[in-house]
Write a protein that binds this ligand. Structure first.
Ligand SMILES: C[S@@+](CC[C@H](N)C(=O)[O-])C[C@H]1O[C@@H](n2cnc3c(N)ncnc32)[C@H](O)[C@@H]1O
Length: 268
């Protein structure tokens, strides 16, 4: 497993550069003027973070982490891509938004971090990179203070198995919904932000059903407050999606609505 994670961290160093280049002009100026870059869903559902300690797992180059910091949270962001962490630290210093960033595999976090948090947060595009769901859930539970909560907002696993094309907007099921033991190996895939970019490194990803995620977190001693499903997503993952008033992507109102995102809040 450690080997898969190591190879994925090399891939994420490659993707960080691509994402920074694609997004820099768009987001960095906003952050510079202290604009919070979080979507309305997580803002409403996580709620007031002032003076709360917040651990952001798989924080990429820190845009969400720094946004939570702007809202008053005491943030620690963790990611295994050194390029992501260096960029996040750079943004934090440059724009004077205090936050701590740690570069490590989340599975090795207990070696680097001995504290517990009020909130553990993770968002959009994280589950598929987890080589060990059970270890992930235990890690989260151990990192939370009693009465603290874990908040996850993520692409819906059902949406992930569907695909359509420019020629045919009808969604087709392209892979299994249920959990696989072995990782899927991605070769020469296109990046999801810069869609023209062919990724050079291989990816190793896993898929989990909603029941896997919920049951595994429950077994790790977390109690469910809610599980929500939404007909919109953070990115236009399928053809024919349009931007709504909240800057999120969804299918036209008169077409059938399917779950594209889910969120959950679980307490220790
Ligand atoms: C799609 S991005 C998440 C982006 C997130 N929505 C954000 O901007 O805050 C996935 C992130 O997970 C990180 N990652 C994947 N597996 C990891 C692991 N085992 N330990 C630490 N970080 C990991 C990658 O480096 C990448 O930055």
């Amino acid at each position: 497993m450690a080997n898969y994670n190591k190879m994925n961290s090399i891939l994420w160093d490659e993707l960080t550069q691509i994402h920074v280049m694609a997004e820099e002009s768009n987001y960095i100026d906003q952050l510079k003027s202290k604009k919070v870059l979080l979507k309305s869903t997580e803002l409403e559902e996580v709620g007031d973070v002032r003076n709360k300690s917040l651990l952001h797992l798989q924080c990429h180059y820190g845009l969400d982490s720094l946004s939570w910091a702007l809202l008053g949270a005491k943030v620690v962001g963790v990611d295994f891509s050194i390029k992501s962490i260096k960029y996040a630290q750079n943004l934090s210093t440059k724009f004077n938004i205090p936050a701590q960033f740690i570069c490590c595999d989340i599975y090795e976090l207990p070696i680097h971090l001995k504290r517990k948090f009020d909130i553990v947060y993770s968002s959009y595009g994280v589950l598929l990179w987890l080589s060990n769901l059970e270890k992930w859930a235990k890690l989260i539970s151990n990192l939370l203070k009693k009465g603290g909560f874990f908040y996850l907002i993520e692409g819906h696993p059902y949406s992930m198995i569907l695909k359509n094309s420019d020629d045919d907007y009808n969604l087709k099921i392209t892979k299994d919904y249920f959990r696989h033991k072995k990782p899927k190996i991605g070769i020469s895939e296109n990046d999801y932000i810069n869609r023209q970019y062919k990724i050079k490194n291989k990816s190793f990803t896993w898929n989990y059903a909603i029941s896997d995620v919920l049951n595994t977190l429950t077994q790790a001693n977390l109690k469910l407050e809610y599980l929500h499903e939404f007909p919109f997503s953070d990115n236009p993952y399928h053809k024919g999606m349009i931007k709504n008033k909240k800057n999120l992507w969804q299918f036209e109102k008169n077409s059938p609505q399917i779950p594209l995102t889910f969120s959950l809040k679980m307490y220790k």
